[in-house]
Design a protein around this ligand. Sequence first.
Ligand SMILES: Nc1nc2c(ncn2[C@@H]2O[C@H](COP(=O)(O)OP(=O)(O)O)[C@@H](O)[C@H]2O)c(=O)[nH]1
Ligand SMILES: [Mg+2]
Length: 310
Amino acid sequence: MFNFFKKKNDENKKEGFGFLKKALSKTANSLIDSVVGISSNEVPDEYELEDIESMLIKADLGLDLAVELSEKIKDEKIKSKDLKAFLKQEFIKILDNTKDNELKFDKDKLNIYLVVGVNGAGKTTLIGKLANKFKKENQKVLLVAGDTFRAAAEEQLDIWSKRAGVDIVRQDKADSASLVYRGIDKARSENYNVLIIDTAGRLQNKFNLIEELKKIKNVITKKIQNDNLETILTLDGSQGQNGLNQAMVFNEALDLSSVAITKLDGCAKGGIIFSIAKNLHLPTKLIGIGEGIDDITQFKKEDFIEALFE
Ligand SMILES: Nc1nc2c(ncn2[C@@H]2O[C@H](COP(=O)(O)OP(=O)(O)O)[C@@H](O)[C@H]2O)c(=O)[nH]1
Ligand SMILES: [Mg+2]
């Protein structure tokens, strides 16, 4: 069982609940406090319902979900004083749409994490943080610098690999699918049990990017034996609803297993997590809450809800 995130680690308070709560305080403010504070009547009136709806949209829940919730408040005649409890219950239901929120991991297997997402989403940083976590758990970690289009991208991953003390496969201007092929071979022959693959986020156009990523995924699925494969879409949380559209495109092409939301520190757009759970039934498994190597946490439904509502 994969347990590094579960450790109650006093040395690193960033993993603690307090840090999550702080990182999510702006989201809590826009998603809950502002909504709950709108109505001055016993039940929200027509105008207040409109305000509730627009507050929910602003908090990046997405139009459909915002409309659905405000209609429910109206139809079920939810009292103003019960709005907070109502939202909590609805948000829990939405997160229950998604299955396992824990990253697939089996120490006796090769665990392959294919990390995809647009440029700037935070892929390389996320990989550095993940590599560090696995390494601390004494796993044998290999990184593949699959973003071969920019020398700077490989360099950046190389820096993270050194910081985390893990190995890397890189080759300037190589074809990324072949590099991935080599990475898997090396991982298998040298008994690595974690292989994390970085990928490009921008090629000449979106079609090429998606085709390139499909090619990489094909290489992996052809070579896979008894291994775990997790395809993780990295989304910049501060971009809000934009992320939903990206998630749809990537999911259709690559059959994603999970989402990692980065840059949730200090942004007010964490509502995107609900939007993705509701629309794509994709679990969020990791969240990035800063630029440092320890600024990562495993998404846990209960903690996330508590951090928002407490
Ligand atoms: N505040 C904050 N910044 C982040 C986080 N994750 C990544 N970044 C920053 O976002 C920028 C892009 O990250 P990078 O990993 O290079 O994205 P990539 O293009 O998807 O590989 C960098 O400046 C990172 O330091 C996060 O969780 N919080
Ligand atoms: Mg990168």
